[in-house]
Design a binder for this molecule. Structure first.
Ligand code: FE2
Ligand code: FE2
Length: 160
């Protein structure tokens, strides 16, 4: 199955968020590779448990930052993004407990849906982190963003 690979285009210019995205993506790729070799949910469980743990920490941190954006301009987008986090967390929680969530009858079907949701969230992150940079909530550290403090347009992000 084709998956996302890390690329500089995914660097948002925020050290912690970039490092966590990279960890999550690497782990998702491992999960896909094991799934491709016929790994069942039971085999994948330790990976999903680690993914769930990392995801909880990451989303809590990111949501703390995003909630600092002015609600008048960004409230709806931030709320929708946080709901996306919640959906991914709920899926990760279910497989971390050793069961495919309702609506998925095969590990492969589930993994495909899972990677698509992750991709959509990363694209959305690029937009919202761009807003944080423009609001002066942090100074980007990635050289490309220091020169042009606007993250890549969502359309330039690598496809799945
Ligand atoms: Fe996010
Ligand atoms: Fe994120």
């Amino acid at each position: 199955m084709q998956t996302m690979v890390w690329s500089d285009l995914l660097e948002l210019g925020h050290d912690r968020i970039d490092a966590e995205h990279r960890q999550l993506l690497d782990l998702a790729c491992e999960i896909v590779a094991i799934g491709d070799q016929g790994g069942e949910v039971g085999t994948l469980r330790p990976y999903y448990q680690e993914f769930h743990r990392l995801l909880l920490v990451h989303c809590a941190y990111e949501e703390g930052l995003l909630r600092s954006l002015p609600r008048s301009a960004f409230g709806a987008q931030v709320d929708a993004h946080c709901q996306g986090h919640s959906r991914l967390i709920a899926l990760a929680k279910s497989v971390a407990a050793g069961a495919l969530p309702d609506g998925y009858d095969s590990p492969q079907g589930f993994i495909t849906a899972y990677v698509h949701l992750m991709h959509d969230l990363l694209v959305d992150d690029a937009e919202l982190i761009g807003a944080l940079i423009r609001e002066g909530r942090f100074t980007p550290t990635h050289p490309a963003h220091r020169a042009h403090p606007v993250p890549p347009a969502a359309g330039r992000l690598p496809p799945i």
